[in-house]
Ligand binder design. Structure first.
Ligand SMILES: [Zn+2]
Length: 121
């Protein structure tokens, strides 16, 4: 553990999905599961469960983007329905996974910066 490490920005920790304290340890041990603790500095992550917060914001963002882009494609091109399905179903799946990972990491980074002393490790 290194308490003298320079602070990691919330944007860096969120976009790279890294530890909010050291900026080097991985936040996830697989696609969407938060690791129990940082593999570099030992900061505990599991105690920082955010519930449905990241999913709520992810649904808002991905849903709004999908609706806007689908409306633009429909107005400009007016393709058959199957083309919409081929475009927007993968867009929703990939967008949901990416936004959920980023938003979970962002909320953990915000919690760490606001209440860092509550984190274990
Ligand atoms: Zn760390």
């Amino acid at each position: 553990m290194n308490d003298n490490a320079p602070p990691v920005s919330i944007a860096y920790a969120a976009l790279r999905c890294r530890c909010p304290r050291c900026g080097k340890g991985k936040l996830y041990h697989n696609l969407l599961d938060i690791a129990a603790r940082c593999n570099r500095c030992g900061l505990e992550f599991k105690a920082r469960e955010q519930g449905d917060g990241p999913a709520f914001f992810g649904i808002l963002i991905v849903g709004a983007l999908t609706a806007i882009f689908a409306a633009i494609v429909e107005i400009k091109i007016a393709p058959p329905f199957w083309v919409h399905a081929m475009i927007w179903i993968p867009f929703i799946i990939v967008g949901s996974l990416l936004s959920l990972r980023t938003l979970k990491a962002a909320l953990i980074a915000v919690q760490y910066q606001l209440r860092g002393e509550d984190f274990g490790g």
